[in-house]
Design a protein around this ligand. Structure first.
Ligand SMILES: [Zn+2]
Length: 85
């Protein structure tokens, strides 16, 4: 779910039971469309996916059964990198 405000754009994971979100603050304001574009680009780089207008955090990959989601956003994902390497 996306919420766009004048100074922030936020995406919340659309997976049930998941509370992960990513937010971009717009310190230097441009047009709402440009701010949204920048936010969604950043989210995509971070591993968020956009599937049929629903957004999923890096812990909830599209195509993976919900039971296998870890519901982790990027920060938790970062901590796991060392273990998985
Ligand atoms: Zn999620």
């Amino acid at each position: 779910m996306r919420s766009t405000r004048p100074t922030t754009t936020q995406t919340t994971c659309d997976c049930e039971d998941c509370t992960s979100f990513t937010i971009t603050g717009h310190i230097r304001r441009t047009t709402p469309a440009q701010q949204a574009d920048r936010h969604h680009h950043t989210a995509a780089v971070d591993g968020w996916s956009d599937e049929e207008a629903r957004d999923y955090c890096p812990g909830c990959p599209v195509g993976v059964p919900v039971e296998q989601h870890d519901h982790d956003g990027l920060w938790a994902d970062d901590e796991q990198t060392d273990n998985e390497a």
